[in-house]
Design a protein around this ligand. Sequence first.
Ligand code: NAD
Ligand code: ZN
Length: 346
Amino acid sequence: MRALTYHGPFDIRVESIPDPQPFDAEGAIVAVRACGICGSDLHIYEGHGFSADLGFCVGHEAVGEVVAVGAAVSRFGVGDSVLVSASVGCNACGPCRAGYVLGCERGRSGCYGLGAVLPGSQAEFVSVPAADGNLVLIPDGVSDDAALVLTDNAPTAWYGARRARIEPGDVVAVIGLGPVGIMSVLASQIMGASRVLAIDLVDERRAAAAALGAEPVDGDPRLAVREMTGGRGANVVLEAVGADATIDLAMKIAARGARVSVVGVNQSNAFPVHMALAQFKELEFSIGLCSVQRELPTLLALTQSGRLHPEVVVTHHLPLSEGPAAYERFHARADGVGKIVLDPSR
Ligand code: NAD
Ligand code: ZN
């Protein structure tokens, strides 16, 4: 099959690799109709990824059709239209049964395409372990673009916003307006934020957030947020970048008693916390990885009822064969690029 593979920093290739086989009787094979490039893939692209492996198939966002199921798969059959949850669990232990796959008690928590262990889905086919727990039927009325954003970006944003316990009337600042940040803007609005202040280095991304009802923060965000909030700061800060500078900024633009919630993946393990500032402000700080399965029931319902439009982050549809150029474009954040959706049939 045709697949995108990682060969070192800034070296993504279109290659022909063997078709994946089911992991075991609980596994399934999905023919991918559409797959997305995520900000987490950019960490790999930049060479500070999640493993030292080379040559593996990348990607963890996919929707498609089930083409094979193992004998122990009971909830899915050939022909089902599914979204492949980016996070993976065992589907047998208590936490996984409850959708909390990050807490898998059998050590099977994972994500596709971060290394060779669980090959990715930027390909014609993807092998799904414990399919009953890691696939979700795409309900009527949910488009492939929406379903693709529901595999990872929308649940991540919802999870971050949920952990910040956004309440009606909160003034929320979102730092980073890639697909995860834009979804964080929408999540904040649905949860009742009175104002959403949108921060990013890229003008077009601030404009995209403004078009959805957020207030773009122009200039130095510390000064601007202070000015925009009468000196108080934001009650809630959602960080969707994954860098020391932006976690630091989150604490600095936070109001007294604010909740700071981080979903950006930061590979730096030596982040200096400004202890006095955090303590003086009585900040609540949360950080984590999203268990997609736990967030999806709510998000599918919101999407089906028309309250949430995850597809708004999609800006480009390109053939998988143009994958390397697509990575370059998403990385450059130029020309209004947001979520890029790849078509493995082309
Ligand atoms: P992205 O790269 O498109 O978005 C990041 C945005 O941050 C960009 O728009 C960029 O311009 C902006 N940015 C960078 N430095 C900045 C700065 N100093 N100040 C303000 N803005 C700045 O990526 P994405 O797909 O939206 O993903 C965002 C993050 O979420 C990534 O770190 C990704 O790894 C992470 N992520 C986490 C989870 C999870 O479960 N926790 C899941 C998916 C993605
Ligand atoms: Zn992702």
